[in-house]
Design a protein around this ligand. Structure first.
Ligand SMILES: *[C@@H]1O[C@H](CO)[C@@H](O)[C@H](O)[C@H]1NC(C)=O
Ligand SMILES: *[C@@H]1O[C@H](CO)[C@@H](O)[C@H](O)[C@H]1NC(C)=O
Ligand SMILES: *[C@@H]1O[C@H](CO)[C@@H](O)[C@H](O)[C@H]1NC(C)=O
Ligand SMILES: *[C@@H]1O[C@H](CO)[C@@H](O)[C@H](O)[C@H]1NC(C)=O
Ligand SMILES: *[C@@H]1O[C@H](CO)[C@@H](O)[C@H](O)[C@H]1NC(C)=O
Length: 502
């Protein structure tokens, strides 16, 4: 009885506090190709992530948090729209520098939702939702007031001659050949091409700090989205972090990202808004295991990037808001899809008038309550309407209807991670993820028929309601659309080179 009263009282307190307080600021941190097992606070023995570990220790750590795709662009589309990427057309695979398509501008991003409530909005880092003709798909066309960053992956341009670590350690590998070198953009203009990897993080954290300070000075609530390039291949780090972690280049790159997190938190503190800011951290997809020790770790989760096993799509996640979110761990089922509805709720903004796939997470965040989400659907890198959902999670169970390894996950001891043949499972492989998070023990036999039938019904209902948007990636590429700092120079792509002070 006493406990019950306490819960009621606490609930009332939180409801009142949320209703009275000014709408919070939001900082959304998004790592790149970071695995479930890569952070110190998720058990990695040699990663140094003191700032993220502090957010975890004083915030809420999620154990069962999912992104909607095992690769980059679709995962980002779903994060920003609260909708599976199949709806917005960000499939199959990822966007390229010369892609004709991009995230359709009639999609409503978190930035647009918050702008409707007077928020100041900025993105710093990796966009990867399209550039297009004259910047049609850039962040500035999607509700972000300010942008500094490389508009796609930093390996989507030749890197063999670029410096990734001081004083002049060349990047490991070649990256993509035959395209322009990666540009650094400020809003819609190219500031530098190729981007200087040694100075990039410093430019990013200064941009983030200036944005926060300016918003606070102008008395505006703000939304800062920081999709980092770390820890994607090829890893890089400036002088402050190179050689500083015990985990080699991967560890240094992760540590540099963690350092930026620390600088953002410090700015929030110095400007006096830390108590009124919700910081949310997660990553875009699982680790690129084919890079071996230069790839990340999925911890005990099976396989990695490119697959619909847990290692491809279960990500570390942390929510931090001192005074509002009590420190702890939650096992509630949650997804990057849920961030838009949650932020909208807290900002008092109306939800976009479209089919959303996300649910409000505030009951998990503030009351440590149960999730409104009971199901999660695992789409492969290249979903199509025939072989659509590869796996379904329902409560603690996961059924795999199809499995397929990926080149990204090549070289792991488990040969299924790199087995490229598409395997259809009838009956589906069934795992109890609470007892068996590593997906080792298939639950066979009639005892599990009711679970399989329940999941089958959920899958059929979901697939019947899914309307695929026209594939934006299927629109193809045109090299003339690749961003070039000297638009009419020759010979392309080599002539697209401009140095400029940051
Ligand atoms: C955006 O426009 C396209 C083309 O007209 C349409 O098919 C799609 O449904 C629209 N999407 C939204 C979210 O309104
Ligand atoms: C794109 O920009 C170029 C140069 O500013 C201009 O000449 C061209 O008309 C623009 N194209 C479209 C479709 O807006
Ligand atoms: C890299 O440098 C070598 C040697 O200077 C040069 O031949 C090659 O064209 C350069 N490659 C690129 C992609 O810039
Ligand atoms: C922020 O919250 C902490 C913990 O509740 C409190 O100690 C501190 O005084 C608050 N700071 C401000 C500026 O409100
Ligand atoms: C690969 O997956 C199949 C189920 O599809 C399983 O029978 C087999 O044991 C797995 N192999 C390994 C190495 O785990």
């Amino acid at each position: 009885m006493m406990d019950f009263m306490c819960i009621i009282a606490l609930f009332a307190l939180i409801t009142v506090r949320c209703a009275c307080a000014a709408p919070p600021n939001f900082v959304l941190l998004f790592a790149d190709d970071l695995g479930y097992g890569d952070l110190g606070c998720f058990g990695h023995p040699s990663s140094l992530t003191p700032n993220l570990d502090r957010l975890a220790a004083n915030g809420l750590r999620f154990t069962d948090f999912y992104v909607t795709s095992p690769v980059c662009s679709p995962s980002r589309a779903a994060l920003l729209t609260g909708r599976y990427q199949t709806r917005s057309g960000i499939y199959p695979g990822v966007l390229y520098p010369g892609s004709i398509g991009g995230l359709p501008t009639n999609e409503t991003t978190i930035a647009k939702v918050l702008k409707s409530k007077g928020y100041s909005t900025a993105i710093v880092g990796k966009w990867h939702l399209g550039v297009g003709l004259n910047g049609t798909y850039l962040p500035t066309r999607h509700g972000f007031d300010n942008y500094l960053g490389i508009p796609y992956s930093h390996d989507q341009g030749p890197c063999q001659n670029l410096t990734c670590f001081p004083p002049d350690v060349k990047c490991h590998g070649y990256c993509d050949q035959g395209v322009v070198s990666v540009p650094l953009m400020l809003n819609e203009n190219i500031k530098q091409q190729p981007a200087d990897f040694l100075e990039l993080e410093k430019a990013y954290s200064e941009f983030a700090s200036e944005f926060i300070s300016m918003a606070v000075k102008n008395n505006r609530p703000f939304f800062l989205y920081h999709p980092s390039h770390h820890t994607h291949y090829p890893q890089y780090a400036g002088v402050d972090y190179a050689g500083k972690s015990p985990r080699g280049p991967f560890g240094d790159s992760l540590m540099e990202f963690d350092g930026t997190v620390g600088k953002i938190v410090q700015t929030l503190e110095q400007t006096g808004v830390l108590n009124n800011t919700l910081i949310f951290f997660t990553g875009d997809n699982g680790p690129e295991l084919m890079r071996q020790s230069r790839g990340g770790s999925a911890g005990l989760m099976r396989c990695g990037k490119g697959t619909t096993y847990e290692g491809g799509m279960r990500e570390p996640a942390i929510a931090y808001w001192p005074g509002f979110i009590q420190p702890g761990v939650t096992h509630a089922l949650a997804s990057s899809l849920d961030i838009l509805p949650t932020f909208a709720k807290l900002a008092g903004a109306v939800l976009p008038d479209v089919q959303l796939d996300g649910v409000d997470m505030t009951n998990i965040l503030f009351n440590r309550g149960s999730s409104e989400r009971q199901t999660f659907f695992y789409y492969p890198v290249g979903p199509d309407e025939k072989n659509s959902v590869f796996a379904v999670r329902w409560k603690n169970f996961k059924a795999h209807y199809y499995t397929q390894g990926a080149l990204h996950s090549l070289g792991t001891p488990d040969s299924n991670c790199s087995l490229l043949a598409l395997l259809h499972h009838d009956p589906p492989l069934l795992y109890n993820l609470e007892a068996d998070p590593a997906e080792n023990y298939n639950l066979k036999g009639a005892d599990w028929d009711s679970v399989r039938n329940q999941i089958q019904a959920i899958k059929e209902q979901f697939e019947a309601s899914m309307v695929f948007g026209e594939s934006e990636i299927g629109k193809g590429k045109d090299s003339a659309l690749e961003p070039c700092c000297i638009p009419n120079c020759t010979p392309k792509p080599k002539c697209c080179q401009c140095t400029s002070a940051l």
